[in-house]
Design a protein around this ligand. Structure first.
Ligand SMILES: [Zn+2]
Length: 298
């Protein structure tokens, strides 16, 4: 064998070594990313209401109307001046009757932009199904194209603009845009107002954002959505086995009142019960002061 030829034994050792490095890097990153007010507070046994009220600028999270439909995927931010309204695949997974309801509510919610993004898992699921069934729209040859097509259609149906977010514009580990799912939970907002990205990273960890509950999406569809999102993080695309009963992934619910909190907590508990005790459900009620000051405003 000449020195130019690749020795498969050496390659094998290299890749095993690389796999080990990759895991160690993920361990370190996980530890780092758990360091924030919410996760540390929950792990210390505080209740979420108390934790949220300890965040000085909490009202920032509810100041602006959610005006940009974005995938629930935590790697995808809203456009530069937009505020994220998160739904998996921008709603591509919804059955037709739920899509119709969503269109009606978005039409009157002041949504300005519907985005799509590179490498969308939800678009991928629908693409595979449509390809199999031979029902893909004409000229669509990839899941990214399908994601764009769907989001353009939704934008048209509600009278908004469409914008496509490239992999370079997505969040992720430094230098590895969009590769690892770093989400520590799903933020299930039932108030129509929560924008977790408005708070500091020292207070709020990376999360998936599921805003559908405030926009007429049913408990059934919301449950499917959060189960799928948690599944990503509990598997190889996320921090996987690092989430345990003692160190769980979270379903975090923001609500306007006790009734909403109870209803959506029950939904989240049903989803969590399928996830082997590795997901904990926590919720809080937004204060009357914040609701009076900001809710129902643009
Ligand atoms: Zn997506």
């Amino acid at each position: 064998m000449t020195p130019d030829q690749k020795d498969p034994t050496i390659n094998h050792v290299d890749s095993a070594h690389q796999g080990h490095d990759e895991e160690a890097k993920k361990d370190a990153r996980f530890e780092e990313i758990r360091k924030n007010t919410i996760i540390e507070g929950l792990l210390a046994g505080k209740n979420l209401q108390e934790i949220m009220e300890s965040i000085d600028n909490l009202s920032e999270m509810f100041k602006r109307a959610l005006d940009t439909v974005v995938c629930a995927d935590g790697r995808v931010p809203a456009t530069i001046d937009g505020v994220k309204l998160g739904i998996a695949g921008q709603g591509i997974l919804l059955p037709p009757e739920e899509y119709k309801k969503l269109v009606e509510v978005l039409k009157v919610s002041g949504v300005k932009t519907v985005t799509s993004h590179d490498g969308c898992g939800a678009a991928g699921i629908v693409y595979d199904k449509m390809k199999e069934a031979g029902t893909l729209p004409k000229g669509i040859n990839s899941s990214d194209e399908l994601g764009r097509w769907f989001s353009k259609k939704l934008a048209g149906d509600i009278g908004a603009e469409h914008y496509h977010i490239s992999m370079e514009e997505m969040n992720g580990m430094e230098g590895e845009h969009g590769k690892l799912h770093e989400e520590q939970g799903v933020w299930i907002d039932t108030t129509k107002r929560a924008n977790p990205a408005a708070l500091s990273k020292k207070d709020v960890p990376p999360v998936y954002v599921a805003s559908g509950a405030g926009f007429e999406i049913s408990e059934e569809e919301c449950q499917k959505e959060i189960e799928a999102l948690a599944g990503i993080s509990l598997g190889d695309h996320g921090f996987g086995k690092r989430f345990t009963t003692e160190n769980p992934f979270y379903f975090i619910i923001s609500a306007k009142d006790e009734a909403d909190l109870a209803k959506w907590t029950a939904m989240a508990e049903r989803a969590a019960s399928k996830l082997n005790g590795r997901v904990a459900v926590k919720g809080f009620i937004v204060s009357e002061e914040i609701q009076k000051e900001y809710f129902d405003k643009k």
